[in-house]
Ligand binder design. Structure first.
Ligand SMILES: [Zn+2]
Length: 304
């Protein structure tokens, strides 16, 4: 129901029901994950509660840092104990090998005491359909020059996603990039293009007429606005703390690198540039280098 509502883009639910999973903690803190298990391409919310305010909160999952932010001083926190809340988004890459992975969270209280939690997160294989599509030959069998361009662009994207901006550049929930309840589909689908197997689809596709305005999912800084070989005219927004959103196949781009955009700002228009079978928006989200289902970013942050 919740998911259906978010997918439909018709209403934003007022809360997310977390299935509490307590990590093993010392130092009087409590760790909860929004789900006991995760599947490839999913996004989890980690919440660390403490009766005392915490100075430093760091996390490590599968040898990658997990970036926490303080939820801020709510009225409840001012009233008393147990309400200092730090949160982090934990991305599970689309192609992460299934298995058990340990999450380690460390914190220092305002008194200088050490607190620590561990939790094991089981990653299951995602269930992704396979689809066969026919696209222009150059996108399946690029010539040498096109192939070199695609490789160089891939490296550029890798460098962008490797960079972690330490500030949280957003406030409040993330939103769908198109207005009007357009559904995003195809995340994770295995793809056969012109009869050849290709890597899985890393975002959600929103079919819409060319010219439909595209809105920034949240505030942040534009770090890429150019035409790429596969994704056509592309915009990438850095939201800070390792969270990036990517918008592909645009017919027009309304922002430039370095622009600070507000949540919901129009950043471009739907188009059919790059490797497409028709006009649509390709929306991708990367969380700490993990390619995750962008719809889950909306679902996991509705209460923020
Ligand atoms: Zn796509």
């Amino acid at each position: 129901m919740l998911k259906a509502a978010v997918l439909a883009g018709l209403l934003l639910p007022v809360s997310v029901r977390c299935t509490p999973v307590n990590g093993h903690c010392s130092g009087g803190v409590e760790l909860k994950l929004s789900a006991p298990q995760a599947s490839q391409g999913s996004l989890l919310l980690a919440q660390l509660r403490s009766p005392k305010s915490l100075r430093e909160v760091t996390g490590k999952w599968n040898e990658r840092n997990v970036y926490f932010w303080a939820r801020g001083s709510s009225a409840a926190a001012r009233r008393g104990a147990g309400n200092h809340l730090n949160e982090a988004l934990l991305g599970v890459d689309l192609e992460k090998a299934p298995g058990d992975y340990e999450l380690l969270v460390s914190a220092t209280t305002e008194n200088g005491e050490h607190a620590e939690c561990t939790a094991t997160l089981a990653v299951r294989a995602g269930k992704f359909a396979t689809e066969s599509l026919t696209v222009q030959k150059q996108f399946v069998e690029p010539n040498e020059q096109q192939a070199q361009r695609a490789v160089a662009e891939q490296e550029k994207l890798r460098q962008i996603f490797d960079h972690i901006t330490p500030e949280k550049l957003w406030h409040g929930p993330f939103r769908l990039p198109l207005i009007g309840g357009v559904r995003g589909t195809n995340f994770g689908k295995r793809r056969i293009l012109n009869g050849q197997s290709r890597p899985p689809h890393t975002g959600a596709d929103f079919p819409a007429p060319t010219g439909t305005p595209i809105h920034a999912t949240q505030s942040g800084r534009v770090v890429l606005a150019e035409e790429l070989y596969f994704s056509g005219n592309t915009v990438i927004i850095d939201h800070g703390l390792g969270i990036y959103s990517l918008y592909g196949h645009l017919s027009a781009t309304d922002v430039a690198v370095g622009d600070d955009v507000k949540a919901g700002a129009v950043i471009g228009k739907v188009g059919a540039t790059g490797r497409v079978t028709g006009a649509h928006l390709h929306w991708g989200v990367t969380v700490n280098k993990a390619r995750v289902n962008p719809i889950q970013l909306v679902a996991q942050t509705v209460i923020r």
